[in-house]
Ligand binder design. Structure first.
Ligand code: N01
Length: 515
């Protein structure tokens, strides 16, 4: 029976101890909470800063928000949904799905919502994490960070940005009280979010300036509503939905060959994208402006059938001169042109390799994750553990990201691994578990070696996949089934561990070698 954790039960307690704390309840944290519940584990809590589950799908409510991966694949393998209304679902439908899964598996009671984690510090004496939040303090034997890479909006550092007097918001914090209809609007950025926003608002605003720093590559979006017979087949004919899921998975996985192993193969996609550009943009000047200058795949390949036609509208301009300054009512570009606007939408992405959350997590040697990453780059082991951070696991940690297929597949691989790690921790009576630095180093050397020949390194673009050391610390460099293979079981031998017996024999908690 799960115990309901309400604000009242927490408010009056000085410090509450838990076996495991999970931070964040997007696809990742929620999935792990379900797995732990299924394993009969009771003593854990998910701390979620929002007021509901869903993570990025709860937060990104901008007009046009939808998924780039077909929903039959972009969903939990244990909670298939035969009711998807179309191949590429919209945000509302995905968020409704995530909420329904939380309800179906009865894990809401294991959540503390509106709980902002302000810090986590390893205490070597108690061998516990001390977690501070706006809803009181906690201690935990193990902590799992499931905050994800796309949660902290990145505001551009542009001169005068704070002096803008009109409406101003980030794509991931859309202000639904603001009505952009009939207004002069600027969208800064041309990434995955912007190319969905632009066509969604172009028809209703008076004028739209799209500030493009780098032209993205666009491919067709093979989106369509599912017909009733298809939905009935998904629901009633055994295996049909699994088959559809497998077919989507296999088709998408073939992209890995070009992206990660042999980038010249990406030329085929490039030809497709160029043909689309030629077809959808009439004005040769505009066509030139939006033609990318790097190998396709180097930055995330975007899919849209509506973006180019929106740019081709008479009330839309693509501005490529670079922003010099933002003033109270206008944006000034480097060529000196001043364009008046009533509202600015910044679709400038997220703090991926420099998340502010890293500053609040302090590991074994007293350094924060930010300091550790400053030193060695954003490195980890199987995206799930980081040396110097004992008893802490990461869902969506370093080098597990993807551009071509479903992140939920990677998340479920990590859930296998971390759930097994937590079970191992318990079954072996461990007190601490920390990945060996030498193992982590060897893992990362192999990873970076693989990445050198990938399109992300050779494609001639600057992307948020790379950290300030120039290393790709965000993407998985191989087939996703390979990641599934290496995360199938928790490999305790890669970790230094201590037990309670060690602690009583040796105050400095000597290391025991795994059997
Ligand atoms: O962010 P981005 P996003 N001045 O970082 C530009 C996922 N996602 O929110 O390319 C001017 O991709 C920047 O320019 P440049 C998906 O994983 C998924 O769009 O760096 N421009 C770029 O054009 C995606 O990859 C879905 O030169 C500035 C844009 O802003 C990730 O989220 C939908 C600037 C940022 O693009 C992030 O996508 C949406 C500046 N100072 C998002 N700073 C779906 O599945 C940045 N830019 C559909």
């Amino acid at each position: 029976m799960s115990r309901k954790v309400t604000d009242n039960t927490v408010a009056n307690q000085p410090t509450r101890h838990l076996r495991t704390i999970i931070i964040g309840s997007g696809f990742a944290g929620l999935g792990l909470a379900i797995r732990l519940t299924q394993q009969g584990r009771e003593d854990f809590l998910v701390l979620e800063r929002g007021s509901d589950v869903g993570g990025t799908w709860r937060d990104n409510t901008y007009p046009g928000a939808a998924c780039d991966v077909p929903s039959h694949l972009y969903s939990y393998s244990f909670a298939l949904n035969p009711e998807w209304s179309r191949s590429f679902s919209r945000q509302e439908e995905i968020q409704a799905y995530i909420k329904s899964v939380a309800d179906k598996y009865n894990v809401r009671d294991k959540h503390l919502f509106d709980c902002d984690v302000t810090g986590a510090r390893w205490n070597a004496e108690t061998t516990q994490w001390e977690v501070t939040t706006n809803k009181g303090d906690f201690t935990a034997d193990t902590v799992v960070s499931a905050v994800g890479a796309l949660c902290e909006p990145n505001l551009p550092d542009i001169k005068g940005i704070n002096s803008f007097a009109g409406e101003f918001f980030h794509s991931a914090r859309w202000n639904h009280d603001s009505d952009l209809a009939g207004k002069r609007v600027a969208v800064i950025g041309t990434g995955a979010s912007a190319i969905q926003i632009v066509p969604a608002i172009a028809g209703s605003v008076e004028h739209l300036d799209v500030y493009q720093r780098t032209a993205p590559w666009l491919l067709p979006r093979m989106d369509r509503p599912y017909l009733l017979p298809e939905r009935l087949a998904f629901k009633h004919i055994p295996g049909v939905q699994r088959l559809s899921r497998a077919a989507i998975y296999a088709a998408r996985e073939t992209q890995v060959v070009g992206l990660a192993k042999f980038p010249p193969l990406m030329r085929g996609f490039e030809a497709l994208a160029k043909a689309k550009l030629a077809r959808e943009i009439r004005d040769p000047e505009l066509r030139k402006k939006v033609t990318p200058n790097f190998r396709i795949g180097c930055k995330r390949m975007l899919i849209s059938n509506e973006y180019y036609p929106a740019l081709d509208r008479d009330n839309v301009d693509v501005v490529t001169d670079g922003i010099a300054e933002i003033r109270a009512n206008s944006i000034v570009t480097k060529d000196g042109t001043e364009r008046e606007v009533d509202a600015i939408v910044v679709a400038t992405g997220f703090h991926v390799t420099d998340s502010p959350a890293y500053e609040t997590i302090y590991g074994r040697d007293g350094r924060s994750l930010t300091e550790v990453f400053d030193d060695i780059g954003q490195q980890g082991y199987k995206g799930s553990a980081i040396a110097n951070f004992p008893n802490m696991f990461f869902l969506l940690g370093p080098n597990v990201g993807l551009g071509h297929t479903s992140m939920v597949y990677m998340i479920e691989s990590q859930i296998n691994y971390i759930a097994d790690a937590l079970a191992t921790f318990e079954n072996r009576g461990l007190r601490t578990v920390e990945v060996r630095r030498s193992t982590q180093d060897a893992y990362n050397s192999a990873l970076q070696k693989k990445l050198t020949k990938s399109v992300w390194s050779t494609g001639g673009c600057a992307s948020w996949y790379l950290d300030k050391h120039g290393n790709n610390t965000t993407l998985w460099p191989d087939f996703t089934f390979e990641f599934r293979r290496i995360t199938r079981k928790f490999d305790v031998a890669a970790y230094d561990t201590t037990t309670a017996a060690d602690a009583s024999a040796r105050p400095d908690l000597k290391v025991v070698t795994a059997p």
